[in-house]
Structures are given as C-alpha cells and as structure tokens.
Ligand binder design. Structure first.
Ligand SMILES: [Zn+2]
Length: 445
C-alpha cells in the first residue's frame, strides 16, 4: 500500500517556478506564476488582474471571484503556498501544493486529503477543525512551545494565514511528498487541547489566566449516571445479580477511559452504592453545564431468552416494549417522596415533547453510542428506541439511556459480571462520545 501511494506521489508533476527565499518563506512574483501557468494579467486602474478571477488591489488585498481571501500580494510577491491555493481555485479540477523541499508545485488531480473545515475564534481561544481521509492518521506533538501537527501523506487545501492568531507567535506551513506539516509556536501562556475521531481532528489553543482556572474552564464535562443504587437495586437477574452493581461498574470504567482518551472531565451521579433520586441526577448535569448526559442501565425481561443492547433517547414511547422499559426504569420514583405529583408533571411535559431542543442531538448521540457499543461487544442489536424516561426529562443537554444488556439472560448476565465485557461496553460508550464531540466540535469549544 505504501509503495503504491509513493508511486502516485512520484508521478505528480513537479512544476518549478523561480522563487526568492526570505525569512523562511518562499516568495514568488506574479509574472513568474502567470508565465508558467499561462495566465493573462492586466492592470485596470490601480488594480491588477491575474487570470479571469483574481483581483489584487493597490494595498495588496486579494479577491477571487469577488470574494476576499485573507492573504496579501505585495508588490506582486506572495508566499508560494498562497499561489498554490489560488492556482487550485483557478483550475478547479487540479490541486496545487508547494513542495517546500524540492521547491516546486506538486500538481494533483485528486481532491485534497485534508481540509481545514472550520476555524472558530473566540476571545482568548481558537479552534481549528480538520477533516481528513480515513487512511490518514494525524500526529500531534509538542516540543517546547512549538506544536507540530503532521498529516502523513496528507495534502491540505489551505494557506498559512488561515492559522494566524494572536495565540500563535510563529508558524511554518509545509507540504512535502511525505505529507503536510504545520508548526505553530504558541504565544506565552497558551495551552492546547485536541480531540480526534476517524476523520476529524480538532485542535484548540487557549490563553491561560491562572493555571487551574483555565484547565477547568476548557475541559468539557460529561455526566454519566449509573442507574439505581442503595435501597433501589434496579432489576435483579440471573443468580441474584443486581442492576445497580453492573451500572456502577460500567460508569466507573467510562470515566477512567474517557478522561484519559478524550481529555474531558467525567462526573458520576454516584460513585458508590447509594440512593440518588432521579430528579437529583439531572440536576447534577444541569448544575455543571454538562455537555452530555448518559444514564446506564441493564434490561429485565420475564422472557429468559431476551438479550441484547438497546439505546434510548427521550421522546414519546411508540411501542408497548418501549413503554414497558420506561415504566420499569421510572419505577425508581417509588423510592422517592411525592412522586405522584411528579408523575403528573412528567405526563404533562411529555405531552408537548415535540419542541424538545435536544431531540436531534440526543438522537445522534444515541446512534453513535449504540453503534460503537455493538462494534466493541458484538451484542445482539435490539435497536435505538425512544421513550419517556424521567431521568432524562429535565436535563438541559443531549441525553440518552443505555440498556447495556439483559441480566435475566443467563449468557448475558454472566458476561456482564466480567471485567472484560464491562470494559468493552465502556470503550463503546467512549467511542460514541468521541464521534459526537467531533461532530459538534464547533459547539464544544
Ligand atoms: Zn434500570
């Protein structure tokens, strides 16, 4: 595979154009570009036109088809990487990259394998979201104050200035045939955080104020809710196995893996065998401004052979089964005081659930988590379902409920008692969270 890719790269044309090397930048004059790529140029008034669609104003501002591009062409000169970007725009079926070792333009007929999807700038914070082909595994390293991001065999359609920020004090933007490398020298007191999924990488730079306050403020909080606990054992299954113990074991494992892998902070609604009212659980998520909420449960059925995974998001139950599961999980309120009043309230609220702000996100979160658990555990797929769970009802954030398996099924109950199976489920949940974070990266920061 590697050989094949290399030979494709070697078969790229390398087009040499005279350049000047100044302060680490290869500068090219517009007439050299025009003559090499057969572009006409002319002056109209004080403006310079290159090809049909590029306009350069006397102050060096650049427009392509009337749209401003945020680098300058000064006295006819600009960075070779900027020319590569413009040439790719001009000839939309070919892509150009400046090879910084061999000093020539790589000309490719393939779409770029890396895209800078978004740059989100806030005061004291900037996030770059990259999208890349699945076969590319980006590498992020820090060395002193320099952050090095390398996409092996990757080529990006972008130009250096897109990465400029007051949080960056120096930069190098390089394509070589081995891939795309971006070096960002962080300004003083700037920290970074990153997250990855199969196709995306997001990188956030943030200005520290006090060491501790910043760390806390940019770590996203996820609330994991181990179902039941204390006087409420939840379902009791094969060989007296208790739902409350399994859910706690899974939740602890999710916390361990997610904090290590995703750099998020995971808060559990309980971390020991204690009773917490359903209402209190959503309050915890709201108080912390959690990014998402996942309640973990195990299923129960009178049918001893019922097995598999179900993931729920909050909405009106559509089937008898969905209603039954919700009724069972909601029965925790019988341990709470004044639940009749609350029950009435819930019924009323569920009545106008159509406007639920988090319905779409919750549905997507359910899908990612569900599919990731299936792929980690190979569990039987009972599907993504919807029902009215009290515990999800008042969380002001995307929320789902995972029924991790049937403790009434002999084989599943046995697995749920093993550490490796608990870990598989937890890994699946974390994978799902990671996919979700990447989809909503812009909102996450
Ligand atoms: Zn339960």
């Amino acid at each position: 595979m590697k050989l094949l890719i290399l030979s494709i790269l070697l078969s790229f044309n390398l087009v040499h154009v005279p350049y000047k090397h100044k302060k680490g930048i290869d500068l090219i004059y517009y007439r050299n570009i025009a003559s090499k790529f057969h572009l006409k140029y002319r002056r109209v008034g004080h403006n310079l036109y290159i090809g049909k669609h590029v306009k350069v104003t006397p102050t060096g501002k650049v427009y392509f088809r009337g749209r401003r591009i945020t680098f300058l062409i000064l006295n006819g000169y600009t960075d070779a990487n900027n020319w590569a970007y413009l040439l790719s725009k001009i000839e939309h079926n070919r892509k150009y990259y400046w090879e910084s070792n061999k000093k020539g333009f790589i000309v490719s007929q393939y779409p770029p394998s890396v895209r800078l999807k978004k740059v989100i700038k806030h005061r004291d914070k900037v996030t770059y979201v990259f999208e890349h082909n699945v076969d590319i595994r980006p590498i992020l390293k820090k060395s002193g104050r320099e952050l090095i991001l390398f996409f092996p065999r990757g080529f990006i359609e972008a130009y250096p200035n897109l990465f400029s920020s007051k949080l960056v004090s120096g930069m190098s933007f390089q394509h070589t045939i081995s891939g795309f490398k971006l070096k960002l020298r962080l300004a003083r007191n700037v920290a970074y955080a990153s997250s990855k999924s199969l196709r995306t990488l997001s990188l956030t730079l943030i200005k520290r104020r006090g060491r501790d306050t910043v760390r806390r403020s940019f770590r996203e909080i996820i609330v994991i809710d181990p179902g039941h606990g204390g006087k409420d054992p939840g379902a009791i299954g094969y060989h007296g196995i208790k739902e409350k113990d399994i859910t706690l074991a899974i939740a602890k494992e999710v916390k361990r893996i997610a904090e290590r892998r995703l750099g998020v902070k995971v808060v559990l609604t309980r971390n020991r065998d204690v009773f917490i009212p359903l209402w209190e659980r959503s309050k915890i998520a709201n108080r912390l401004g959690a990014m998402l909420f996942i309640s973990i449960h195990c299923n129960y059925s009178r049918n001893r052979y019922a097995r598999g995974l179900e993931t729920y998001f909050l909405s009106n139950a559509r089937t008898k089964w969905e209603r039954a599961v919700a009724a069972l999980e909601n029965s925790s309120v019988k341990y709470e005081i004044g639940y009749k009043k609350q029950y009435e309230m819930v019924k009323k609220i569920l009545g106008d659930m159509a406007q639920n702000r988090y319905l779409k996100e919750s549905q997507i979160l359910a899908q990612y988590v569900h599919e990731s658990i299936l792929s980690k555990t190979g569990a039987y797929n009972r599907g993504i379902k919807q029902a009215g769970f009290y515990v999800l009802l008042f969380t002001h954030t995307p929320s789902i409920l995972v029924e991790a398996g049937f403790i009434t099924d002999r084989r599943e109950a046995r697995k749920l008692r093993t550490r490796w199976y608990i870990r598989r489920i937890a890994e699946g949940i974390v994978d799902g969270i990671s996919l979700y974070i990447n989809k909503y990266a812009s909102r996450a920061y």
